[in-house]
Structure formats: C-alpha cells, structure tokens
Design a protein around this ligand. Structure first.
Ligand code: 3H9
Length: 683
C-alpha cells in the first residue's frame, strides 16, 4: 500500500517497516511540503501498531540536500524544520535515515535526529551552511559533536566540507556503509533493529565527549586567518563552545537564534547571491535547457606552453585522454615533464596516490602531426596570442577533424569572430578561456561567437562543470569580462599614482577591502614586460591620458620587470617578500613632473571608490553590449577569477546594494550607470 502524505513524501509498508520516500527534485530540499510530509510520516508510524520502525529514503540523485534555499527570502511557513526534527527525535519507534548522494545541512540534521543512519558507499555528509553565511539551525551543532567529537564537528561546521560515508562511519556519524540497493539494505537494517528489540537511540541523550578547550581557541585563530573577512566560521567556534556548556534544549534554541540572525546578515545575502548566480550562470542565454551537450570522450590541445599544460592536466584529472600537439618533440617532452612534476608534488603532499598519477600520465600522448587527432571530439588551441598563428592552426584543424568536432580557442583577447570566420564551419567554433594556472583556477570564461551552435555552447558549459570549474558564458569583447574589467581597474590605479597615491597605499586599500592581492603587487607578479606588451598592443585605442600614463614603460626601461627581476613597483628579497623602494618614489615623482601632475593627498575612500567604480562602469558597458548576460555572471567571474570577496557578493551585487539605498526603483544596469555618473571625470 502506498499512501501519499504530501506531494513530496509518500509512505509504503514493507512487512512491519514503513518506508517514507522523499521525492522533491532536484535535490530533495526541505521545502514546506517535505517538512509537513515528514511529520505526517512519523504520525503514520506512531499510529500504526503493526509498524515497528521506519526508514527515510530519497528518490533521485541525492538524500535531502538541506533547507530549501528559495524559501529563505520569504517568511517561513509552519511546520518549521525545528518541528520536524523535534518530531523525529520524539518518535517512540526507531527511524533509520538511508543516505545516498549527499546529506547536507538540514538534510544531515534530519538524519542526526533519527535513531540510525546507513549510507551508500560513495555518499557524502556535511553541514555546509557556513558557505551560505549561516550555521546549522536545527540541532546540527548540538548533535554532531555528540557523535563525532567536538573538534571534528567544529571542523565540519566551520569549514562546511563534505566527508565520504566511510569516513563518516569511522567518525561515528553513520552506523553502516552499504553497497547495492540502498532501500533494501535499509529495510534489512531496520528489520534487524526491530529483531534486536527495536530500541530508539537519541543523539541528544549522548554526552558531549571531552575535548581540549585550547584546541578550540587554536581553531579560532586558524579560521580567522584562513577565512579572513568571513563572519560565520568564527561564530561557529562560539556556537560549539556554547553547546559544550549548555543543556540540550537551551543549546538548540540558542543555535536557532544564531542561525536566524546570520540569515539576515549582509554576508549571508551576498553568499546566497553567489550560490544562486553560479547556478544561474549555467543557463545559457538563448539556448534551450533541453539542448543536449555533445559527448566529449577524447580531446586534443594545441600548444604545450603554460596554458596548454594546465588545460591538459584538467582533462586527464577527470579521466579524459588528451593528445598534446606541439611544434617540436623537445617542447612536448618538457611539457609532459612539467605536468608530471605537478603530480609528483601532489603525491609528495599525499593528496594523490602514485597509481593515480600513473593513470593520469598514461592518458597523455603527444604528437607534432595533426593527422593523429582525426578522432577527437574537441580541440582546444592554446598557442601564442597572435591572430595569424591561430588562423594557421584553425586551418590545419579544419583539414583533419570530423565535422562534429568542436574547436575552442583559449585566446585571452583576440577577436573570436575573426577566428570563427577563418573556419569552414563557424558553428563549431567557441572559446574556452582558462585562467592561469589552469589546473588550479576555478573560473572558465566560455565564449560564444555569433554562429556558434547551441549544442556547442551547451557542451562547453557542461564540460566546464565536469572539469570542476565554474563556467560562465560570455560574448565577443576585447579581454572578455574578467580581464576587460581588470584592465580598467589597473588603469585607474595608475591614474591614482599620477594623482599622488603610492603603490603601497593602493595595494593596502584593496587588500583591506578583501582582494587577495593589490593591483601593483599583481603587476609585479605578472611581469612588467607582459604589462608593457599588452599596453603597446592597445595604445592606439587608448584615451590621451592613458596613452601618456606610461609608468609601466618607465619601470621596464629601469630594468624593473617585477618579481622576475626582484624589482618592480616593489623590491623583493630572496623569499619574494616585497618592500617599499624609494627608487620607485623617485620614478613616480619624475613621471608626475614631466606630465604636469602635482601630487596631492588621496584618501583611502577615494582609492577604493575609483578602483571599484572603474570596474563597475566597465561592467555596465559589458552588460549593455550583451557581452555578459546577467550582472550575476559578472559577480561569479570576479569572485572566482580575481578573488573579489564572496561575502560582498561581487562587484555588481555590492554597488547595487548601496545604490539601492539611493533608489529602489532603478534597474541593475541603471544602478551601475549611477556609479559612472559618480566617477565621471575625464579619463
Ligand atoms: C540549511 O540546511 C539550514 C539548516 O541548517 C537550518 C534551517 C533553519 N535548496 O548545485 P547543483 C538547486 S541551509 C533549494 O547544480 P549538483 C540548485 O539551485 C542548506 N534548491 O547540483 C539547482 O537548481 P537550478 C544547506 C537547491 O548536483 C539544483 O538544485 N545545504 C538547494 O552540482 C541543482 O544544484 C546546502 O547548502 C537547496 N538547498 O550539486 C546544499 N541546493 O538548476 C547546497 C541545490 O534550478 N547544495 N538546489 O538552479 C549543494 O551543495 C549542491 O546543490 C548539491 C548538488 C551538492 C546538493
């Protein structure tokens, strides 16, 4: 018999075991109907004298992935999650959570309120609320330490990581790990519990295991350093400390109060915006969600330089064979050696096994001839940034590839339309702009050209996700989105030097704001010769002021190429520690004198506003041109590409919020334009 309790929870009976099945796609979040349904399921268990235990199992790809994030914006409707948890906790018959996929946040809290937890091998559990700027609010901080210990619980709650079922078993969070059919295994487990007397086990009856208070304080210091600027990880320490000192009922109430306070904090709003924006970015403007990506089983990468190597390792990391094409055997051999070195480092650090390294390296082949790649599904060209060279590569690829194979360029600033026009089949041309180091950086700017086929766009997006990247679709635009906005910030930072600021002051203001590195330390890292070359390529299109703002050329002329020559905007010691160099003050003074600028005192506020507005203004132009589909896409690009603090929500979210205070009725584009009018002096 199957009884529908709520639209999303159904109950069936198997012998004397009730099976409550949650079915709330896509991730079985604890929406109102699930909460109501779970309470009804417990009532059904209590009301059925013949039923001796119940399992909670989920349909689809995962166990309950947490509270329904979409409900956070509205007033919550009873029953709240706390009531569900209390109902499970108060049940007089054992309830068993059967976990597959991920049991996260409120989902794990539901499981922790059950008597037993069994998990399918490969499932994961975690309390990731901190990533949304909140903390568990339905007993997670109260129950997890009682099962896993205080230090382990703090690590999971303050960092939000997921742990595999086997680890969870070892740590006491899960009772049994099974393989095969989870539902049958859970019913068998429940039957055994019944046969053993049908005992109810309440996590809240357990004592808090002993712990080292000094370790908690050490965690606080470590978290403050690792998550600089983030509030919730530090609140997690206070919360766990409170739980160790407070009776259960009071601790649960205090935990809920803390969660509610965090939920309305600006950081949580910003982090939830980024969570939603990253998922929204996967929806390609103008491409139907039903469009199927092409199957990518084999890849070739042209160009075994820094980018080509990094991109190659991204693919072999996920088991896709790669053919690396280069001009010489020597160049290819050194690329393979460099990739091997990256993996050797991981093996030494213990993050990769020697066998896994071997497996990955075996997926890598090299060739100097194009005819060996006729069977690949995708080619990414990562050759030198010269249009003619790339056109030549495209012609060679056109000659050997299957018609349905995709050609993606990794160009950072060349015109994708010009490249597409050289191909005999422009529909298969797209951009996949990886960031250096490609094997580390999360951001992937996928580029669409006018004629790119919808399923090619769907493929680069799906592939980005498969590679563990955060893909964002962008359109034709010089420098696309990330670098185009960065160049405007860099330009403004240079103008600030002309006006009287120092590199140290600008870098200090922007790192205090939350960027991991300031623009001048970043320029030293990139190399002044590279910056000068990029400037030379664009100089004809620059405004007169920018054309004459040639500080980079002066640094190059003085032999100050950045970190690589131990001197740029800063001077560097053998450990690459940067210090102020009076020679740079003199160089800047000379520049100002020649250009007719008188140095004035510049406030930190002016520095911050000018640098941020320069970015936001460019973003507004990018949106107006359609080179980015949504403001949220730009936030995703900047938080993942250049370390814009996620707790501020990105450059579009942040100024939008302050502009909102001035006018609630303006559209997002208009709000960005507001920033333009504020900083509208001639550039
Ligand atoms: C919480 O539980 C608080 C409680 O302690 C206390 C409360 C008082 N709700 O990521 P994907 C959607 S806080 C609603 O691409 P994947 C997502 O928007 C919560 N929707 O899939 C997307 O929809 P769309 C703690 C959600 O396979 C679709 O599902 N839990 C939720 O790569 C697919 O998502 C978390 O923070 C949600 N909770 O990864 C878990 N989660 O396509 C957050 C996802 O329409 N979720 N969606 O945009 C995740 O980490 C991943 O989604 C998961 C699946 C690992 C589950």
């Amino acid at each position: 018999m199957t009884e529908l309790l709520a639209r999303t929870v159904s109950v069936a009976k198997q012998g004397n075991i009730l099976v409550a099945t949650v079915d709330n796609p896509p991730v079985n979040a604890l929406s109102h109907s699930v909460r109501a349904g779970l309470i009804e399921a417990v009532k059904a268990l209590e009301g059925d004298a013949a039923a001796r235990a119940m399992i909670i199992v989920c349909e689809g790809r995962t166990f309950i992935a947490g509270a329904d994030i979409h409900e956070f914006k509205k007033p919550m409707v009873a029953p709240l999650l706390g009531e569900v948890i209390d109902t499970l906790d108060a049940a007089t018959k054992p309830i068993i959570a059967a976990i597959h996929g991920t049991a996260l946040g409120g989902g794990l809290e539901v499981a922790l309120a059950c008597s037993y937890r069994i998990a399918l091998d490969g499932a994961k559990v975690g309390l990731p609320e901190v990533k949304l700027g909140i903390l568990p609010g339905s007993g997670g901080t109260v129950r997890l330490p009682r099962l896993a210990g205080v230090e382990q619980a703090l690590a999971m709650i303050s960092e939000g990581g997921q742990i595999p079922a086997r680890d969870a078993r070892e740590k006491g969070i899960v009772d049994e790990v099974v393989s095969g059919d989870l539902r049958s295994a859970a019913v068998a487990f429940a039957a055994k519990v019944v046969a053993d007397g049908g005992k109810v086990r309440r996590t809240t009856d357990l004592p808090v295991p002993s712990f080292d208070p000094a370790a908690l304080e050490a965690s606080r210091a470590a978290l403050a350093k690792k998550y600089k600027g983030f509030k919730a990880p530090l609140v997690a320490v206070d919360l766990i400390k409170m739980v160790t000192e407070t009776p259960v009922a009071e601790a649960i109430a205090l935990e809920y109060k803390t969660c509610k306070e965090l939920l309305v904090s600006p950081q949580s709003k910003a982090l939830r915006h980024i969570f939603a924006a990253e998922r929204e970015a996967l929806k390609i403007d103008g491409v139907d969600a039903e469009v199927k990506p092409r199957d990518i089983k084999k890849v070739a990468i042209v160009g075994p330089g820094t980018m080509g190597r990094g991109i190659a390792s991204c693919f072999v990391n996920i088991g896709i064979p790669v053919t690396l094409i280069g001009l010489t055997d020597e160049g290819l051999a050194s690329a393979v050696k460099a990739i091997g070195k990256i993996y050797e480092g991981s093996v030494k650090r213990g993050s990769l096994t020697a066998e896994e390294m071997e497996r990955r390296m075996a997926l890598l082949t090299t060739t100097t001839a194009y005819d060996g790649i006729s069977d690949v599904d995708l080619v990414i060209e990562a050759v030198t940034e010269q249009l003619d060279v790339k056109k030549e590569v495209f012609a060679k690829l056109d000659a050997v590839l299957r018609d349905d194979a995709i050609i993606a360029t990794n160009t950072s600033f060349l015109d994708i339309e010009e490249l597409a026009a050289t191909s005999k089949n422009a529909t298969r041309i797209a951009g996949m702009h990886f960031f250096n180091p490609a094997n580390v950086m999360k951001l992937l700017e996928n580029v669409r050209a006018a004629k790119t086929a919808p399923d090619v766009l769907a493929t680069t997006t799906a592939l980005g996700k498969r590679l563990g990247k955060v893909p964002v679709m962008v359109g034709r635009s010089e420098g696309f989105v990330a670098n185009r906005m960065l160049s405007k910030r860099t330009r403004e930072a240079q103008f600030l030097l002309e006006d009287g600021a120092t590199p140290q002051q600008v870098d200090r203001v922007l790192t205090a704001f939350g960027f991991p590195i300031g623009p001048f330390a970043l320029a030293d890292l990139a190399g002044m010769d590279i910056m000068a070359a990029a400037r030379a390529a664009r100089v004809a299109r620059m405004s007169p002021r920018e054309q004459q703002c040639n500080i980079v050329d002066r640094l190059v002329a003085a032999g100050r190429l950045g970190q690589k020559s131990s001197a740029g905007y800063y001077v560097y010691d053998d450990n690459r520690k940067a210090s102020h160099d009076p020679a740079v003050d003199e160089l800047l003074d000379a520049h100002r004198r020649e250009r007719g600028f008188t140095a004035r005192a510049i406030s930190d506020e002016e520095i911050l506003e000018r640098c941020l507005f320069a970015m936001v203004n460019e973003a507004a132009r990018i949106l107006d041109e359609g080179a980015a589909a949504r403001p949220g896409d730009i936030d995703v690009i900047w938080t993942n590409g250049f370390g814009f603090p996620t707790y501020l929500g990105g450059p579009m979210f942040m100024p939008t919020r302050s502009a909102c205070r001035r006018s609630r009725r303006r559209s997002t584009n208009m709000r960005a334009s507001l920033a333009i009018s504020i900083s509208s002096r001639p550039r």
